[in-house]
Write a protein that binds this ligand. Structure first.
Ligand code: PLP
Length: 405
């Protein structure tokens, strides 16, 4: 996830435009800002690049999910179905609007298993939230069909898949709403920021007000704005938007390099017949931020990860099964519903239900999966060396496993 790998003069120039006016806020100060509106400009660039009618920038991807859910009317009494493999922010956002996160199994796409989604639907289900993890997509056709059949909202958490597509459409623009994160480790970065994208004007207007204390933003005088509903402050600053403006111009270059490096590494790993790769519902739409691969057993995968670590070549290879941020197995704070403030007892009980829920199908996938982050600055020689080192470790571990049997 490489935005920061190419930080340079372009970002500095955009930030300096803002520093020269001294107007760091996205709203108001029309005279002193001398025509510099970086957040507005970035929203326009997002609409053009991703083909969405509306884009509402906010302070983070987490804020974008929260604002989107509020704008979609998701709240107390509603259930949101999301995958067991995601980032903690996805369920945090559901909880922050007072709704119940219902985590369900993934399949070999490493995203929502449509069959598990169907099984989890109740009379309280309001929204399905696929998370397009590690640069690639969920089976959106199947999920769209379920949403249509049950009249549910589709909210795409596309925070990790900027520039990925599904059947020609940009991830994040296919559901009722979608979000990107522009935090420091995403495909393009603002340092910290996120965006809500939607083709529905009502959702855009609601997200716009919600992320700025409920302001209606109707007049030129901010002090005279009305507040049709209660909102919060999830505003992006002009400095962050300025960085994003430089980065979005580089996105296609990033994606092209990512795809080239991904394909080179995949070719090398493909030499090992025991390695299989993540199923991608639309292979051409993979943004290629990661190459995710599987070994036949959990034991072999753990041994490979341990050996990569011992040889000092684990960096950039993620074994999510043991990771504290991304997989349900390690989320004791969720399973025990540990919050700083009181939760409604119904919500608390629903959250704690995850402690006893069976995620064997997800475990069977995640325990055998390693995701290799694709670097933009890799030279062809570095890719060859990295790939060969990995192949050597994998072959050796697999041979030892055969000997043991
Ligand atoms: C899948 C997913 N959703 C949401 C987020 C939250 O984004 P942010 O860090 O900008 O709040 C992230 C960040 O890593 C993410 O990976």
């Amino acid at each position: 996830m490489p935005g920061f790998e190419f930080f340079g003069d372009e970002e500095r120039k955009e930030v300096n435009d803002v520093l020269e006016t001294g107007i760091l806020m996205r709203y108001g100060f029309d005279g002193p800002r001398k025509g510099i509106w970086k957040a507005k400009e970035l929203e326009e660039a997002i609409c053009n690049r991703f083909g969405t009618k509306h884009a509402m920038l906010v302070s983070s991807g987490t804020a974008a999910l929260t604002a989107a859910m509020s704008a979609l009317g998701i709240g107390y009494g509603d259930e949101v179905i999301l995958p067991s493999f995601t980032f903690v922010a996805s369920f945090e956002a559901v909880l922050s609007v007072g709704a119940v996160p219902v985590l369900v199994d993934i399949d070999d796409t490493m995203t929502l298993d449509p069959a598990a989604v169907r099984k989890a639907i109740t009379s309280k289900t309001k929204c399905i939230m696929p998370v397009h993890m590690c640069g690639s997509m969920a089976d959106l056709e199947a999920l769209q069909a379920i949403c249509k059949e049950h009249k549910l909202i589709l909210l795409e958490d596309a925070c990790q898949s900027i520039g990925g597509t599904y059947k020609g459409k940009q991830l994040g623009t296919i559901g009722d709403a979608g979000t990107f994160s522009f935090d420091f480790v995403k495909t393009i970065t603002c340092a910290e920021a996120g965006v809500v994208m939607t083709n529905r004007e009502d959702i855009y207007i609601a997200a716009d007000g919600y992320s700025d204390h409920g302001h209606d933003h109707k007049g030129a005088d901010r002090g005279a704005d009305l507040h049709p509903f209660i909102g919060y402050n999830f505003r992006i600053s002009e400095l962050h938007a300025a960085v994003g403006l430089a980065q979005i111009k580089k996105l296609d270059t990033f994606l092209a390099i990512q795809k080239k490096n991904h394909s080179a590494l995949k070719n090398i790993l493909s030499q090992v017949p025991e390695i299989s790769f993540r199923r991608i519902p639309d292979e051409t739409g993979d943004s290629c931020t990661f190459l995710s691969w599987f070994l036949p057993t959990e034991e072999a995968t753990k041994a490979v990860v341990a050996d990569l670590k011992a040889k000092g070549i684990l960096a950039g290879n993620f074994y999510w099964f043991d990771n504290n941020w991304h997989y349900i197995r390690k989320w004791d704070h969720l399973k025990n519903s540990v919050t700083l403030n009181g939760l409604h007892p119904d919500l608390k009980e629903a959250v704690m239900h995850h402690a006893t829920k069976d995620f064997a199908a997800s475990d069977a996938i995640m325990s055998r999966c390693v995701s290799t982050a694709i670097g933009l600055l890799w030279t062809p020689e570095q890719i060859q060396t990295k790939g060969e080192q990995m192949v050597q470790v994998i072959k050796q571990v697999l041979a030892e496993q055969v000997e043991k049997v």
